[in-house]
Ligand binder design. Structure first.
Ligand SMILES: Nc1ncnc2c1ncn2[C@@H]1O[C@H](COP(=O)(O)OP(=O)(O)OP(=O)(O)O)[C@@H](O)[C@H]1O
Ligand SMILES: [Mg+2]
Length: 299
């Protein structure tokens, strides 16, 4: 077993009496894309800031590539590329000048060539000599990714990389992150509220709420054996709904009833509806999506 790329050990952050991050333990493997999810105020940014060494943990530690962020913050920062909600570039400088600055600060050799390669990878080659002030939000995020590539970061940390970006642009950025992770073997930790996209690109996720990890693993781990039986009906009686509730969680929306259970209950559902004289127009079985898992855990 190789060491995980990033390890969070009993990580805690307390602001006066308020616990923002409460005893978080996570292991993120090399090359993995890891999604950190949770409602506003859950503690995602605080966790990310501790990984980056920007916020000092009250207790616990973060180990990146074998280095402790407490004892060796410089070594940790050298290995991490960070993309904040608003990547802090110099607006009056060109993309090239900004990237060159990063290259110099990190002692990157062959900087010119590396910059050329990075902007090609993120699709900004035509904008290299334009001022960053002219860039759209999405372009700045791309430039932020190029910045991480220049540093040759082993770990890329992104705090809501798609916030405020239109759906198509967000999809493109996530696709770019996925490609880079797979091609360059970069470990990615990202926070996001876009569950349908997280579902597609993340190998594993952790759901945070009030500072704690309330679930983590692959999507498959989180779904487990949960199944949803959805029936389309014209009208439903309260008597039938009561009976369905005995099978599992029931939710209703216009002409559609969903029963959630841990086994295949299609027959039982059909039988109850038939006996209650409810006309069934359709019946299907599916697995919950990340959104449903999230909603149930966070509510
Ligand atoms: N410097 C600080 N001082 C006091 N409280 C703080 C500080 N930073 C964060 N907090 C609190 O810690 C909690 C977690 O905040 P954090 O920014 O980590 O949440 P988040 O999960 O990133 O939320 P969002 O989805 O809104 O970005 C919040 O209640 C916040 O008010
Ligand atoms: Mg945040």
């Amino acid at each position: 077993m190789t060491e995980p790329a990033v390890k969070l050990i009993n990580l805690r952050k307390q602001y006066n009496g308020f616990v923002a991050v409460d005893n978080v333990n996570l292991e993120i493997n090399r090359g993995e894309i890891f999604g950190l999810l949770g409602p506003n105020g859950a503690g995602k940014t605080t966790t990310i800031s501790m990984i980056l060494g920007l916020v000092q943990p009250t207790r616990g530690d973060v180990i990146v590539d074998g280095y402790s962020v407490r004892r060796n913050p410089v070594e940790v920062r050298r290995r991490i590329g960070f993309l904040a909600e608003n990547p802090g570039f110099y607006e009056g400088m060109t993309a090239y000048e900004n990237l060159m600055l990063t290259a110099r600060l990190n002692g990157v050799k062959d900087a010119r060539r590396r910059i050329g390669e990075a902007v090609r990878q993120v699709g900004l080659a035509d904008w290299l000599y334009e001022e960053v002030g002219k860039f759209s939000r999405g372009m700045k995020q791309r430039l932020g990714i190029a910045d991480a590539l220049i540093k040759d970061a082993k770990v890329l940390v992104l705090d809501e990389p798609t916030s405020g970006i239109d759906p198509r642009g967000a999809e493109e950025i996530l696709e770019l992150i996925r490609q880079l992770s797979k091609q360059n073997g970069i470990t990615v930790i990202m926070s996001s509220h876009l569950l349908h996209q997280v579902e597609v690109i993340c190998d594993k996720v952790a759901i945070m709420n009030r500072g704690r990890i309330i679930a983590s693993g692959t999507l498959k781990d989180l779904i487990g054996d949960r199944q949803l039986v959805t029936v389309e009906v014209d009208n439903i009686t309260s008597e039938a709904v009561e009976k369905l509730r005995k099978l599992g969680n029931v939710s209703q929306e216009q002409g559609r009833i969903t029963v959630e259970a841990h086994s295949d209950i299609r027959h039982e559902v059909a039988k109850i509806l038939y006996e209650s004289r409810v006309l069934v127009k359709g019946l299907s079985v599916s697995h919950p999506r990340l959104y449903e898992i999230y909603r149930d855990l966070v509510s």
